[in-house]
Design a protein around this ligand. Structure first.
Ligand code: NDP
Length: 451
């Protein structure tokens, strides 16, 4: 039996309920098969067996008091997956669906993503099954402080540097950083995604969305195409979606959709910058639902469906898809409809938004398909730049950071292309991203001996 197959079998056997983690391991491991043939030293050193096992997993109780004085309890997680090439690094997600399987899938993906950025960052992820929706600012603060009351002992600027993810934005990072600073009595770069006033980096809020569009532009350029006058479907309405829309507009495309977990908006006229500003105010300040967009601007609102269901059911034409909401939002049926409706490029702003069936359909139909670990790596790359600025005690300008982000995204694209070509499948971004990310980590792990 090949080492890859035996690693996949073992992961399924030891953690039988972790379906998202299995999905991520299978997707990565199957493309790594040729590396095992080319690098017998990786097999001998047990690299494949070791890379699927987190260095450390922490699960903890998060007790807090709501505004009525009632005691609430959530479960917190931090999975420190791999620190072969730098301190553990990866976001924190606050969402009721969070469980160990989801955090492990995200942490596993993060290892390869961070390696691709070429910055010295290992992979990790964390979060809690806490639902920030409908909570007051005071309740959010109580929760964040209780979460950090345990997390602080596991993290540090040279150990593990968390950031935001779904449900964790500037407000939550502020509460968590403030509490860490108080109990450790040190002002240090222990979190990224901080506000500018206390050590944040310009462009960090924009970075994931901008980077996804930069990556898509690189993919399009391989076929002599660009964003001008293209119809672009975006899902989600949060941080990644908002800045992806802004960058698509700047590059001359027209964004026709957004969604949140309650509804989808289709705006055939295009979500221009004024409408995007409205969306930012709606989601980031008023924390409202996306259906309010349809009250303000002429558009169609479909309750209870995501963007991809609506595109399939209504046969909406598009050129480019940027899924920016959550995992497994595009299934095989929706992928087939996207292809039928004219989609020729998919760049994933979200992590693992396409199911394995969907990925297969994109690849079989020659769609330019950029997996999340490559396409959305701009966020963590800019977090890496925030860490560098914190260490240097310097702040770079907006242009400087944006320029570095653009160069990093172009380099990630090139690494994917080069690795896919070196292994005989030029243009297969899934294989390219996995092999390029993996090889660097495997070589570092090899150098350390068995640790
Ligand atoms: P946000 O919380 O800011 O936004 C998420 C958006 O997606 C919200 O509008 C949310 O709706 C919507 N959403 C969530 N679940 C569903 C669902 N099941 N159906 C429809 N809409 C849904 O998160 P981010 O924008 O930060 O993250 C989005 C994705 O990007 C995630 O997969 C994340 O892991 C990934 N990512 C984020 C990075 C970052 O820097 N922030 C970096 C790299 C990847 P609602 O408003 O109703 O909650």
């Amino acid at each position: 039996m090949s080492v890859i197959k035996s690693v996949i079998d073992k992961v399924k056997q030891v953690d039988p309920g972790q379906k998202e983690f299995h999905q991520a391991v299978i997707e990565v491991m199957e493309t790594l098969e040729p590396t095992a043939e080319r690098h017998p030293e990786f097999v001998k050193a047990g690299i494949y067996e070791r890379i699927v096992e987190p260095e450390r997993t922490v699960m903890f109780r998060v007790p807090w008091v709501d505004s009525k004085g009632e005691v609430m309890v959530n479960r917190g997680f931090r999975v420190q997956f791999n620190n072969a090439i730098g301190p553990f690094k990866g976001g924190l997600r606050f969402h009721p669906s969070v469980n160990l399987s989801i955090i492990k899938f995200l942490g596993f993906e993060q290892i390869f993503k961070n390696s691709l950025t070429s910055l010295p960052m290992g992979g990790g992820k964390g979060g809690a099954d806490f639902d920030p929706k409908g909570k007051s600012d005071g309740e959010i603060m109580n929760f964040c402080q209780s979460f950090m009351r345990e997390l602080y002992r596991h993290i540090g600027p040279e150990t593990d540097v968390p950031a935001g993810d779904i449900g964790v934005g500037g407000r939550e990072i502020g509460y968590m950083f403030g509490y860490y600073k108080k109990i450790r009595n040190e002002h240090t770069g222990v979190l990224t995604g901080k506000s500018l006033e206390y050590g944040g980096s310009l462009i960090r809020p924009e970075a994931t969305g901008y980077g996804t569009v930069y990556f898509a532009a690189e993919m399009l350029a391989t076929r002599g195409l660009d964003f001008k006058n293209k119809l672009v479907a975006v899902s989600g309405a949060g941080n990644v979606a908002q800045y992806a829309i802004e960058k698509v507009n700047e590059m001359g495309g027209r964004v026709i959709s957004v969604c949140d977990s309650s509804a989808t908006i289709i705006d055939e006229q295009g979500i221009d910058n004024d409408k995007c500003c409205y969306l930012m105010e709606l989601k980031n300040v008023r924390r409202g639902r996306v259906n309010e967009y349809a009250d303000k601007y002429e558009s169609v609102c479909v309750e209870g469906k995501n963007v991809w269901d609506v595109i399939r059911e209504q046969g909406i034409k598009l050129d480019i898809a940027l899924p920016c909401a959550t995992q497994n939002e595009i299934d095989g049926e929706n992928a087939a409809a996207l292809v039928k409706n004219g989609c020729m490029c998919v760049a994933e702003g979200a992590n693992m938004p396409s199911t394995p069936d969907a990925v297969k359909i994109f690849q079989e139909n020659n769609v330019l398909y950029g997996p999340g670990k490559a396409a959305n790596a701009g966020g963590v790359a800019t977090s890496g730049l925030e860490m560098s600025q914190n260490s240097l005690k310097l702040s770079w300008t907006r242009e400087e950071v944006d320029n570095r982000l653009l160069i990093i995204m172009k380099n990630i694209h090139k690494s994917c292309m080069d690795a896919s070509e070196a292994y005989g499948k030029k243009g297969d971004y899934v294989m390219g991203a996995n092999i390029a990310g993996f090889t660097k980590i495997a070589k570092a792990m090899l150098a350390y001996g068995v640790v």
